[in-house]
Design a binder for this molecule. Structure first.
Ligand code: UT7
Length: 323
């Protein structure tokens, strides 16, 4: 017998305002055609002026709890992945905890930029397997629209706002890859690549800053590192790429998603793709895709899923799980 962290609920929230590519043609030297063909993005959601990351996260958390048929007091911990928390402190996670009316348990943020949700899932799994929590709400939530340089066409057309959440619960398994739940995780980072993707400001430098990215350089690392980390996680679970029912990738660029799937030998009809509708929502993209994939009827109980993501750091990783 072995304990597993099993997904018992999933939900998401997207801000009301939808911005199609054509909107950027009014202010920038760009086109719907360029954005579509280079990134696969057609539209994205932007948070309202008075809407913050913890607002989006709270809505997603409530949707996931409802899906799980659980109440906030049934949760022992909240792990929230974000690089765009409302305030310098306290954590967005504790703000969500209060908004849910939860006075028990503990909550904290995880910051690994676009790989944040994979890092949060892995940490939540560790909390569960070590007996520190029985049920964990794992959230990815971002308002990247707040750190865009609206004069930089190479970045501001790519990102969007949103949130997604999962409820993980300790359940007994057989200790085999047939078990439901998280089967293996693989985390990596290499801080030497800081200059490829960063925000040129922060608390200790006394500013908020804007996102800066050498997109084509990040692209070069992405396919290689994502296919490798997915394979490492799968192999650790005693599985191979052929066992995968769904790749649920970080949604940054359709060409990265296609390149990674191709390298893994997995056809695109086994990949959940939402990048056209959400753009790159950083740490929110994977839980958003899991939730949308489930609603579309793509992801079903028992399916073997591998999620993978890469972002600023560079930080990257993958989680193999059975839904
Ligand atoms: O989620 C975190 C990780 N981030 C990523 O995974 C993003 C990875 N990178 C990418 O998705 C792609 O590199 C981009 C979509 C950012 C760019 O695509 P690319 O094929 O790598 O293009 P590029 O950066 O090499 O730029 C090609 C050209 C440049 O013009 P020149 O120098 O060839 O004349 C850019 O100035 O496209 C130009 N360009 C644009 N043109 C029209 C850059 N942005 C735009 C734009 N509209 N919005």
């Amino acid at each position: 017998m072995a304990g597993r962290s099993v997904v018992v609920g999933v939900g998401h929230y997207l801000p009301e305002r939808v911005v199609p590519n054509a909107e950027f043609e009014k202010t920038l030297e760009t086109s719907d055609e360029w954005i579509r063909t280079r990134s696969g993005i057609e539209r994205r959601h932007f948070a309202a002026e008075d809407e913050t990351t913890s607002d989006l996260a709270t809505h997603a958390a409530q949707a996931a709890l409802k899906d799980a048929g659980l109440e906030p007091e049934d949760i022992d911990a909240i792990v929230l992945a974000t690089s765009t928390a409302d305030l310098t402190f306290p954590s967005a996670a504790t703000m969500v905890q209060a908004r849910l009316g939860m006075t028990n348990g503990f909550a904290f943020d995880v910051q690994a930029v676009c790989a944040g949700f994979v890092f949060a899932l892995s940490n939540a799994n560790a909390l569960i397997l070590s007996g520190q929590a029985k049920r964990v709400l794992v959230i990815g939530a971002e308002t990247f629209s707040r750190i865009m340089d609206w004069t930089d066409r190479s970045t501001c057309v790519l990102f969007g706002d949103g949130a997604g959440a999962l409820v993980l619960e300790w359940q007994e398994g057989q200790g085999t890859s047939e078990d439901r739940g998280i089967l293996a995780t693989d985390l990596n980072s290499d801080g030497r690549y800081k200059d490829l993707l960063y925000v040129d400001g922060g608390v200790s430098t006394q500013s908020t800053g804007h996102l800066r990215m050498q997109g084509n350089q990040v692209f070069r690392h992405a396919v290689e590192k994502l296919s490798k980390t997915a394979e490492v996680a799968l192999n650790q679970a005693g599985l191979t790429n052929d066992d995968v029912d769904w790749i649920v990738p970080h949604q940054a660029n359709i060409r990265i998603i296609q390149g990674t799937a191709k390298k893994m030998g997995v056809p695109m009809d086994r990949v959940v793709v939402t990048v056209q509708d959400h753009g790159n929502t950083s740490a929110a993209s994977i839980p958003l895709a899991l939730s949308v994939g489930k609603n579309r009827g793509q992801i079903k109980p028992g399916d073997l899923i591998v999620t993978e993501a890469i972002g600023g750091g560079l930080a990257w990783g993958a989680v193999a799980l059975r839904w």
